[in-house]
Design a binder for this molecule. Structure first.
Ligand code: G6P
Length: 612
């Protein structure tokens, strides 16, 4: 949600923090701020993007080799200058940044007001920094102890970093349900919401666990204790990402770069897992839980947003190939109803970021009922990856554009491998079908490459439809989730209202919306239900709707009917989502760019949603 970055060392903190904020801006970008400590604490913050903070700090005193910085996605309090982080404590001796939500902040705030505290903002964060200082002064304890006592009173989620004028070489960081990683360099330390601001300085990192408080000091090193004051040994891990993966590499936007990376990212997802020559599909990360999966009563897939769409494709794949019943649930719904779940169920949690709060909570609930939890995450070492019993990483590489593209196709690729492997183990697929499918699957990255060549045609289509107010996306079977994902991409980044529907459901409502102003994107590659999709197109045409059809190369019937046809390479019906999604990503991207939207950082959205 919000992005946190902090530094203590010998270098100037400002450039490190600023660069870190730019890297973390995908997590939230409605306000930004920084506190630097030289002889005294200096605080700069404003509404708007990191670039505005950079402007605001020009010519100001930005000295200091220790500092904390924040980029915000507003939860409590509108995005404005006063609600931006960091926050000072009452004496201005402490400054703090926070990601998460303090749920009981109202009660804590009332108690502080009763004791004479005044608040400059509407945030929950300001409450916490006052509370910490209040405890420190009232109880006369060390800052670290005050942080622990305060956090024991807090209900909710937090990742915080505190800087103190009295301790010019020390940062205090703590987390619960919001990610925090500490970079351990040579005589310097970094703290950040994820490793992206750290990777260019050090590959040695420590992931903080829930309810841990780290005291990071140049004189005494890194010490970690729980909020119950139990000592923990910092476990240093090696980062695997490299810097070039975090830059745009000549593309105008991260989103376009990530769309174009898909031939490679899908290959990376399948690397070492699919060997068509040896006719092997194996997912090492879940090997130990294979038996449990093969014998499961059913699978429950929990996810949010785009990952939920990947889950729907997974449902179709696993049911068709492995014949295991699958349910796909929004994690946010699952966690708050009383789902029937037990030890014979396998829950698959899908999350690109590995930090989504609702998905994490769904995992904890399912775990408490004895279910086996398998994760599908892109971010190595993320909270969800660590909360699951086992899992597979998608290895799509860092995804910076807020609208998910390559992470989605990699999730679908993993689910495809999973379904094939389970089908083989359970004997629900013939050897010949299995071999045919895995050879077809191996060709997908090359076919994605060919699909990307359609870009120029899609630009032309985007020009025609960029000013429309609504779009309808239709698909059947495996293409239904593709329609949902296509519509989500368009609304996320272009702010055009778009709905995805199973094609046959159109007659139960959306058909009422169709007139000459309504573009209808229809994925018409289906073999089994081709004629039905043709009928759906006729129904749209009869009402003067405009058809943009995704068809298989060589198609005649739909091509003749459609106003615009985009021909994608032929593949097995179950692999079509890996191809048909690509033109829909490009269509959304070009329309959004033509409308002047910020495609990498769409308004009101964030990449990693660590709050409910
Ligand atoms: C946010 C992002 C989406 C993403 C969803 C779920 O809404 O903007 O792109 O699909 O969260 O995120 P996850 O990291 O769990 O896949």
């Amino acid at each position: 949600m919000c992005g946190i970055v902090a530094y203590v060392g010998k270098k100037e903190a400002y450039p490190i923090l600023l660069k870190g904020l730019y890297r973390l801006e995908y997590r939230g970008y409605d306000s930004a701020g920084m506190a630097l400590l030289d002889n005294n604490l200096k605080l700069y913050k404003n509404r708007g993007k990191v670039s505005e903070l950079e402007l605001q700090t020009q010519g100001k005193d930005i000295k200091g080799s220790i500092g904390i910085a924040h980029t915000r996605w507003a939860t409590h309090g509108e995005p404005n200058d006063v609600n931006a982080h960091p926050f000072f404590s009452k004496t201005h001796k402490l400054a703090m940044i926070h990601n998460g939500i303090i749920e009981n902040y109202v009660i804590l705030k009332e108690e502080l007001i009763a004791r004479g505290y005044e608040f400059s903002s509407n945030t929950d964060t300001e409450v916490l920094v006052h509370l910490i200082e209040d405890i420190q002064l009232k109880e006369n304890v060390a800052l670290e102890e005050a942080v622990r006592i305060a956090l024991n009173q807090v209900i909710g989620a937090y990742a915080i970093v505190i800087i103190s004028e009295n301790h010019p070489d020390m940062l205090i960081a703590a987390r619960k349900s919001s990610p925090l990683v500490i970079g351990v360099g040579e005589g310097e330390y970094f703290v950040a919401s994820d490793a992206t601001p750290i990777v260019e300085y050090t590959k040695n990192v420590v992931y903080l666990n829930d309810e841990e408080v780290a005291v990071i000091s140049l004189s005494t090193g890194l010490k970690i204790r729980t909020i119950k004051n139990k000592e923990k040994t910092p476990y240093i891990e090696q980062l695997e990402i490299n810097l070039s993966a975090l830059e745009k590499g000549g593309f105008p936007h991260f989103m376009l770069k990530e769309i174009y990376e898909q031939p490679r990212s899908i290959k990376d997802t399948m690397r070492g897992r699919l060997n068509a020559n040896k006719e092997i599909v194996s997912l090492g990360g879940i090997f130990d839980f294979k038996k449990k999966m093969i014998n499961a009563n059913r699978f429950v897939i929990v996810a949010c947003g785009t990952s939920w769409h990947a889950g729907l494709v997974g449902e179709y794949l696993i049911e068709e190939l492995a014949r295991i019943p699958v349910e796909v649930e929004y994690a946010s719904e699952f966690r708050y109803r009383t789902p029937i779940i037990n030890e014979n169920d396998v829950v698959i949690a899908i999350s690109q970021s590995g930090e989504t709060a609702d998905t994490l909570a769904a995992i904890e609930l399912a775990k408490s009922k004895g279910a086996t939890i398998i994760g599908i995450c892109n971010v190595v070492g993320s909270s969800i990856a660590r909360a699951t019993h086992a899992g597979t990483y998608t290895h799509a590489g860092p995804e910076i554009g807020v609208a998910s593209t390559k992470a989605f196709t990699s999730q679908v690729a993993i689910l495809t491998l999973m379904a094939l492997s389970l089908a083989q183990e359970r004997g629900t697929i013939s050897q010949s079908d299995f071999f045919r499918l895995i050879h077809q699957l191996e060709e997908i990255p090359e076919k994605v490459e060919r699909t990307l060549l359609l870009n120029d045609k899609i630009v032309e289509i985007a020009k025609v439809f960029k000013d429309k107010a609504n779009f309808l996306y239709l698909g059947r079977g495996y293409n239904f989730p593709v329609a949902l994902e296509g519509a989500l991409k368009l609304k996320e980044i272009s702010y055009i209202h778009a709905e995805g529907y199973p094609a046959a459901e159109m007659k139960h409502g959306p058909i009422a919306l169709i007139d000459e102003e309504m573009p209808v994107v229809i994925i018409a590659t289906n073999k089994g239900t081709y004629d039905k999709v043709v009928s759906n197109i006729q129904e749209v045409k009869a009402r003067k709707g405009k058809i943009i059809a995704i068809v298989t190369e060589g198609d005649v019937t739909v091509k003749n009917l459609a106003d615009y046809a985009i021909e994608i390479p032929e593949t097995e019906e179950m692999f079509v989502p890996l191809l048909a999604t690509i033109p829909l990503q490009l269509l959304a991207y070009h329309i959004a760019v033509m409308r002047g939207c910020n495609v990498d950082q769409p308004r009101n959205l964030a990449k990693s949603v660590t709050v409910e």
